[in-house]
Design a protein around this ligand. Structure first.
Ligand code: ADP
Ligand code: MG
Length: 239
């Protein structure tokens, strides 16, 4: 479980997150929805320990004991090394012996079927000098990389935002298949990305504006977007 309580983050004088509290229960898939600049990435970075903040973030095992936490992170634009698929997947253990069976298992969980088509399979070099991957394939490598650490949680920050509709759906399907094994937090500004979540937090201007079942939250968010889109440029710039 992740418990965020009264989290506030300022960049200079600018309040990016304003006294936000929320809970992520084990074994669920959560959506963090909101427009650009809402504060979603700042929240994710704080959970990852990459930002200083006021407030408290606590992690618990299901048993209630404090535990050494393993959090996976899948960003919008993952950084791929000019190295083999296996080395990219085992990136967090760079410099140690590759667990090839574990790499293969993570590739399967990330539905990296395209690897079977490559002559050198997981030893195929990707990146600048190697095989060029599609956006969807890059995201799958990033998912396999997150899985390599055997995480209890995976945080996806706009992981499918740069993909077209079909590629997004395929990755979404893969993300949903992971819910049996771990707790997932999916950050997005698009409605379609969080439709299958168990619970959604809609974040706006650094605050949780609404939370609940996607059936309740998504129509309200869609109305909000429609109003934004019909606003005059003047009104938009004031938002
Ligand atoms: P989102 O991920 O929802 O688009 P962010 O958390 O990235 O929102 O940003 C929230 C607000 O904080 C925005 O106004 C953004 O400009 C500001 N912000 C984010 N990161 C930084 C930073 N490193 N330095 C200064 N301001 C930042
Ligand atoms: Mg963001």
């Amino acid at each position: 479980m992740i418990e965020v309580s009264h989290l506030t983050k300022k960049y200079g004088g600018h309040l990016a997150v304003d006294d936000v509290s929320f809970t992520v229960e084990d074994g669920q898939i959560y959506g963090l929805l909101g427009p650009n600049g809402a504060g979603k990435s700042t929240l994710i970075r704080a959970i990852l320990g990459q930002r200083e903040y006021e407030g408290k973030i606590t992690f618990h095992e299901a048993s209630g004991k404090e535990a050494k936490l393993r959090i996976g992170y899948v960003p919008q634009s993952p950084f791929l090394l000019n190295a083999s698929i296996a080395e990219n997947v085992a990136f967090s253990h760079w410099g140690t012996t590759l667990d090839r069976e574990r790499v293969r298992q993570c590739c399967r969980m990330a539905a990296m079927d395209f690897v079977d088509e490559l002559e050198q399979n997981i030893d195929t070099v990707i990146g600048e000098r190697g095989v060029r991957l599609s956006g969807g394939q890059v995201q799958r490598v990033a998912i396999a990389r997150a899985l390599y650490n055997d995480p209890q949680f995976i945080l996806f920050d706009e992981a499918t935002s740069a993909l077209d509709g079909a590629a997004e759906q395929a990755i979404q399907h893969t993300i949903n298949s992971l819910r049996e094994h771990m707790t997932l937090v999916v950050v997005a500004h698009r409605l379609s990305t969080v439709e299958a979540c168990d619970y959604v937090y809609w974040v706006d201007k650094g605050m949780v504006r609404m939370e609940g079942n996607p059936k309740q939250v998504l129509p309200a968010y869609a109305d909000f977007l429609a109003v934004q889109n019909t606003a005059t440029p003047q009104e938009k710039s004031e938002n």
